[in-house]
Write a protein that binds this ligand. Structure first.
Ligand SMILES: Nc1nc2c(ncn2[C@@H]2O[C@H](COP(=O)(O)OP(=O)(O)OP(=O)(O)O)[C@@H](O)[C@H]2O)c(=O)[nH]1
Ligand SMILES: [Mg+2]
Length: 277
């Protein structure tokens, strides 16, 4: 009945309100965990140049970005992915067999952008299978358990083996400490200092997380998505620029060739007509 009245009175339909998920809708560049522990942008926001380029009518279409999680078994790789994607946490350990896959969609500066998350198995017997999924990674997340110091050394080894499959283009690297809820404040600070040094050596951005409490999980994935988006968009725009320059060069060469032809033909025409000038 109210619909009918509205139609009869020719009233405009009420505006539809779309609620954006603040977890995956990003308008600004999220900050690093610590400005001292990142090799990437320390800027507070996306570069104004990038924002301007993304407003232009020729919008870049970005392919899903591949993220791989590597590290020892039971360090908590699956737990951090599940906490972000499904907001759930399981206390009982269920080893990943081979590799698990999740797709998460983001909207960054009004552009759709997807993360393909490849959660690999840490158990030695699956290492040969997981290796097959390392190729073409845009982001590598090397994971260690903050309550087990030795897993930090293993994380470096996992990272170097993943990098061996990605020599063509250097991926963005994160070093992530999990299970921060299990440590006392002193242990936490000590571990962060040690891992911070390791992250600097690896050229990685450092994060401490807890899937159990949810500590910094959303912030970490938002930062990861934003950095991956920024890199992919900048690469895409660079390709646009070089193809446009190439096209402009080709067009000007063609027109020059055309001018020379018409010049010679006009000259020969004049000669035929017997004019010497
Ligand atoms: N207290 C605590 N426990 C955690 C946390 N994250 C994971 N765990 C526990 O650690 C165990 C292993 O977690 P998983 O996420 O399955 O580990 P994984 O790295 O995926 O292991 P693989 O699949 O074998 O490589 C599980 O029993 C989780 O409940 C955390 O933040 N805090
Ligand atoms: Mg797992």
């Amino acid at each position: 009945m109210p619909q009918l009245i509205r139609q009869n009175l020719l009233l405009p339909a009420p505006p539809t309100v779309t609620l954006h998920d603040p977890r995956t809708h990003l308008r600004r560049l999220p900050p690093a965990y610590s400005n001292a522990q990142t090799p990437f942008s320390r800027d507070k926001d996306f570069a104004p140049q990038l924002r301007y380029q993304l407003e232009l009518p020729r919008k870049p279409k970005l392919r899903p970005c591949k993220v791989i999680f590597v590290g020892d078994c039971a360090v908590g790789k699956t737990a951090i992915v599940n906490r972000f994607c499904f907001d759930k946490f399981q206390c009982n350990y269920k080893a990943t067999i081979g590799v698990d896959f999740e797709l998460e969609n983001f909207n960054i500066l009004g552009h759709n952008f997807s993360l393909e998350m490849w959660d690999t198995a840490g158990q030695e017997r699956f290492k040969c299978i997981a290796g097959a999924y390392y190729r073409n990674a845009s982001v590598i997340v090397a994971t260690y358990d903050m309550s087990k110091r030795e897993t930090l050394d293993s994380a470096k080894k996992w990272l170097s083996s993943a990098l061996n499959y990605n020599t063509a283009q250097k991926p963005i690297i994160f070093l992530v400490g999990t299970k921060s809820d299990l440590l006392t404040k002193e242990e936490f600070m000590r571990m962060e200092r040690i891992a911070g040094v390791a992250a600097a050596e690896l050229g990685a951005e450092y994060w401490s997380l807890s899937a159990r409490s949810g500590f910094k999980i959303t912030e970490f994935f938002q930062r990861l998505a934003a950095l991956a988006f920024e890199k992919a968009a900048q690469q895409q725009l660079k390709t646009f620029k070089s193809t446009t320059q190439e096209q402009t060069k080709q067009t000007s060469e063609k027109s020059q060739r055309f001018d020379l032809r018409s010049y010679f033909s006009s000259r020969s025409g004049k000669q035929k007509s017997g004019c010497a000038c």
